[in-house]
Design a protein around this ligand. Structure first.
Ligand SMILES: [Zn+2]
Length: 113
């Protein structure tokens, strides 16, 4: 997984843009990150979610990468039940294909795939 990083202040950030949101520098680069994250918040959505409808219910989550940026994504690899979702739980990135796009999703770290 890659996100942008400022080469002036070393801040990782998401979403992608041509300048650093922290210091304004245009000296930015794409860099590989660990793919490790933690669960910040989530909902379990029971309604269809076009155009990417992988089947419902689906876990829509806010995760924070180990490098700092937060992003909206889906949690996979567990049943969509609050019993399986503990805030701050460690997560690991996986990639899924939907409608011709490759999207990052997250599974509990150490989960059996
Ligand atoms: Zn910066």
């Amino acid at each position: 997984m890659r996100v942008q990083r400022c080469t002036s202040c070393a801040q990782h950030y998401f979403y992608p843009r041509p300048f650093c949101p922290r210091c304004g520098s245009g000296e930015v680069e794409w860099t590989a990150v660990s793919g490790e994250a933690r669960l910040v918040s989530y909902i379990i959505n029971h309604r269809p979610l076009p155009p990417f409808d992988p089947g419902t219910p689906i876990i829509v989550a806010l995760v924070e990468l180990a490098e700092g940026p937060r992003l909206m994504t889906n949690i996979v690899g567990v049943a969509p039940d609050p019993e399986n979702l503990e805030l701050d739980m460690p997560l690991k990135v996986e990639f899924t294909q939907r409608e011709g796009f490759t999207l990052p999703v997250f599974a509990p770290a150490g989960a059996v795939a």
